[in-house]
Structures are given as structure tokens and as C-alpha cells.
Design a protein around this ligand. Structure first.
Ligand SMILES: Cc1ncc(COP(=O)(O)OP(=O)(O)O)c(N)n1
Ligand SMILES: Cc1ncsc1CCOP(=O)(O)O
Ligand SMILES: [Mg+2]
Length: 409
């Protein structure tokens, strides 16, 4: 489903900044709809939108501003469309504008000019922001693809829980308003979350083994121990060594993981993850930002990010991390410079906030986790656990792995 954002009808504080961030997060189309806002104020808003993004805008009012700002999208409300002579559409198309309009009755799609590149149809569901703007289409509605050849976009009450239903109804996209602007401070995070629901989610294991080295165990020894015990998600976490020294260890870890059919995740070093074509890359709060790493490693490599607070979780969701390593659960000597300990209470509070915000993302608990902690950690809604010492220090790692698996399923 294509996601289109319609602006809040009134001017919001810092709106140009939020719009620029929405574009940076991958928004491909913004409908600038400010029915009662004077032209000069809209002009001022446009001046503060990064020029490179302006061609992703469709104007609902003040169409005369389009050319000066390099805007190619013109939207016509139902009333405006009916007031205009039909030959207008082909004239505008010949000037390379992208045209859109709004409809409230699917029957009108049959007579709609094919010069419109897409049409909003709604309200499909009860509006989130407009009181009394109730669903007009039945819940078993199906678009007839032969009535209008171009895209039909669902409008009205569109949010995470009904995007799938709108897609089944035959809509090519969704126009988001209330879902984004109910809380403007959350607009970018909300958009990133809705966008992440559109892409197929990569597999993330519930048990992450974190490699370690001690005077009597190398990283590769620790990885072999974990693989023989049964682990199939291995994170190579080499600290205090330059990239050039990590790369050969990563190659050896790749060969070993391949032999056991396990997925290898590289901690801290995006270029190493790219070189060995690892399954994943894990980045902390002081490592390379997720979007920068994503640009470097491409879309095939899973990218996970660390979080220690609600602000970090929001950042990881905005950045589009595939999973979040949340910790530390308790003190551990495996990692230096630990962030504040979260404990079960910390996890419970953060997972409640996730549920309240409607966010879903695999969250991995890390830091001093033992098999006995798993039931209580999982009871908070946590997806999985990352462990190092609990496996490398186990008397019988295979028995410990079995205990972990039992607790995770
Ligand atoms: C699954 C998982 N979660 C968190 C971390 C910690 O990463 P980071 O904060 O970058 O710390 P270092 O591991 O690099 O010391 C992780 N490695 N894995
Ligand atoms: C990498 C990392 N990040 C937070 S705690 C930690 C170490 C996890 O190892 P252990 O399971 O031995 O505490
Ligand atoms: Mg790191």
C-alpha cells in the first residue's frame, strides 16, 4: 500500500521541520491541505520545505503557487472538480502536472476523467480526526478495477489496524491524516511505524548468542560452543580491535555459521557485515546511525539497534531498525560502560508504552540474562533474549540451550 500523508488543516508549530523529517523518513507524497489558511502563510511554509522534497507535494489550495516552488501535484476537491470545465484536465496533464481528486461515491469512478492520476475515495472507515465523518463504504466493499484504470486511495480513519483491510478492498494506497497528526510530536514516529508495516518483516530469532573472548576462549571458540549447543543466531561482538582485525574473524565466523545453517550478525562494523554478506548488523547508540548503515549495507541485511529508554525506542522505530536490543536487564561484566539497569520493572513499563503507542517490533532483552529469567522477561511482552555468559559459562551448554528453548516457546 502506498502511504500518502495529508497535512493537518491548521498551521502547526514547527510544521515545516516535521514535514522535512517525514520526507527524510521516506514519505513519497504529501497533500498540502490548509482550507482556511491564507496564501502568504502557505507560501511561507513551502519556503521552509527543503527544495529537493517539493516535487513530492500536491497542493489542495493556492494552485498558483505550484510553479514557483517546483510543485507538480494539483489536487481538486469534489466541489472544485465539478466547477471546472472537463477540458481543463487534459490541458493540465499536457503541462506535466500530476492530478488527483476526491470522491465520496464509488459510482463516480466510472465517469471520472482518466487524466486524474489517482483519486481519494472515502470515508472508508470512521474518521479519526473529523467528528461525525463516518464510514460510507460497507465493510465488505470491493473496488471494481474496471471502473477507473488509475490508483484509488482509501481516505478516512486509515490507521495501522485497517491498512490490510483497505488493501483487500482493492485500494492502491491510504491517505493518512488523524493517524499522523493526532499528536504532532509523534508524527514522524507514527509514519515510520505505519511504513514499516508495509514491508515484509525479516526473520529475527528469539535467542541471540553474543560472542565473547576470554584468556582461554577465542571468539571463534565461543561461537563453535554456541553452535554445537544448538544456537542458530550468532552475533560476532569483537571489541577494542580495528576493522582490519575483525574482518578475518568475521570470515571464519561466516564459514562456521554456514556449516551449521546459522545466521551471523556483525556487531559495530557495517563494512565488515557488507564484506562477508552477513545476515545482520547490530548498532549501538554511539555507533553509526541506522539509516546511514542501511545506505551502506543495503536492504538485504537485517539491521538491529540498541535502546535503553523510551526515547531510544522511538528513535529506533523512526530509523526503521528491524529489531531492538533493549538493556541492560541487570549488571553484567561482559560489557563495559553499561547504561542504567532496566530490570523487569523497566521492561514492563517500556513494553506497556509500546502497546499504548500501537508499536510492534521484536524487542530483545540483553545483559546478565539467565535461563531462569526468561519467563518473567517474556511476561512483559519481550520477544526474545540475547545471552553470552549464560552459554559460554554453562557446565552443559546443550542442556542450557534446551532450557532456554523451552522457556522461549
Ligand atoms: C541484541 C543486542 N542488543 C544490544 C547490544 C549492545 O550494542 P551496543 O550498545 O552497541 O554495545 P556493544 O555490544 O557494541 O558493546 C548488542 N550488542 N546486541
Ligand atoms: C552486549 C551487551 N549489551 C548490553 S549487556 C551486553 C552483554 C551481554 O552479555 P551477557 O549475557 O553475558 O550479560
Ligand atoms: Mg556497539
Amino acid at each position: 500500500m502506498e502511504l500518502i500523508v495529508i497535512t493537518h488543516p491548521e498551521m502547526l508549530p514547527g510544521e515545516a521541520g516535521i514535514i522535512n523529517q517525514l520526507f527524510q523518513s521516506g514519505l513519497a507524497r504529501l497533500h498540502l491541505r490548509k482550507p482556511d489558511v491564507p496564501k502568504e502563510v502557505v507560501q511561507d511554509l513551502l519556503e521552509n520545505i527543503t527544495p529537493a522534497f517539493r516535487n513530492r507535494i500536491a497542493l489542495h489550495q493556492h494552485h498558483e503557487l505550484a510553479d514557483a516552488f517546483g510543485i507538480t501535484g494539483l489536487h481538486f476537491t469534489e466541489r472544485a472538480r465539478l466547477d471546472v470545465a472537463p477540458e481543463t484536465w487534459s490541458a493540465l496533464k499536457s503541462r506535466a502536472y500530476t492530478l488527483s481528486t476526491s470522491l465520496h461515491d464509488p459510482a463516480q469512478l466510472e465517469t471520472l476523467s482518466h487524466d486524474f492520476d489517482y483519486a481519494f475515495l472515502g470515508p472508508v472507515f470512521d474518521s479519526i480526526s473529523k467528528v461525525g465523518y463516518a464510514a460510507k463504504l460497507p465493510s465488505d466493499f470491493k473496488l471494481n478495477p474496471f471502473t477507473f484504470p488509475n490508483k484509488v486511495i482509501a481516505l478516512g480513519g486509515m490507521d495501522a489496524e485497517n491498512l490490510g483491510l483497505a488493501s483487500q478492498m482493492g485500494f492502491a494506497g491510504a491517505a493518512l491524516l488523524g493517524a499522523i497528526w493526532q499528536n504532532p510530536e509523534q508524527a514522524v514516529t507514527r509514519f515510520a511505524h505505519l511504513k514499516s508495516l508495509q514491508v515484509e518483516r525479516p526473520f529475527v530469532d528469539r535467542l541471540h548468542f553474543i560472542s565473547n573472548e576470554t584468556p582461554d576462549m577465542s571468539h571463534i571458540d565461543s561461537i563453535r560452543l554456541a553452535l554445537e549447543a544448538g544456537c542458530r543466531w550468532i552475533q560476532l561482538r569483537v571489541k577494542h580491535r580495528p576493522e582490519a582485525e575483525v574482518l578475518p574473524i568475521a570470515w571464519e565466523a561466516t564459514r562456521l555459521c554456514d556449516a551449521y545453517g546459522a545466521r551471523l550478525i556483525i556487531n559495530d562494523f557495517p563494512r565488515v557485515a557488507l564484506a562477508v554478506q552477513a545476515y545482520g548488523l547490530h548498532l549501538g547508540l554511539t555507533d553509526m546511525p541506522v539509516p546511514e548503515a542501511r545506505a551502506l549495507v543495503g536492504n538485504k541485511i537485517v539491521v538491529g539497534g540498541t535502546a535503553n529508554s523510551w526515547e531510544d525506542i522511538e528513535l529506533r522505530i523512526r530509523e526503521g531498525a528491524d529489531y531492538i536490543g533493549l538493556g541492560p536487564f541487570r549488571f553484567t561484566s561482559t560489557k563495559e560502560n553499561l547504561s542504567p539497569i532496566l530490570g523487569v520493572e523497566g521492561y514492563a513499563a517500556l513494553m506497556q508504552k509500546m502497546a499504548d503507542a500501537g508499536f510492534s517490533k521484536p524487542i530483545i532483552a540483553i545483559g546478565g540474562v539467565t535461563p531462569a529469567d526468561i519467563p518473567i522477561i517474556r511476561s512483559t511482552g519481550i520477544y526474545g533474549v540475547a545471552m553470552s555468559a549464560a552459554l559460554t559459562g554453562a557446565t552443559d551448554p546443550a542442556e542450557t540451550f534446551y532450557e532456554i528453548q523451552q522457556a522461549l516457546c
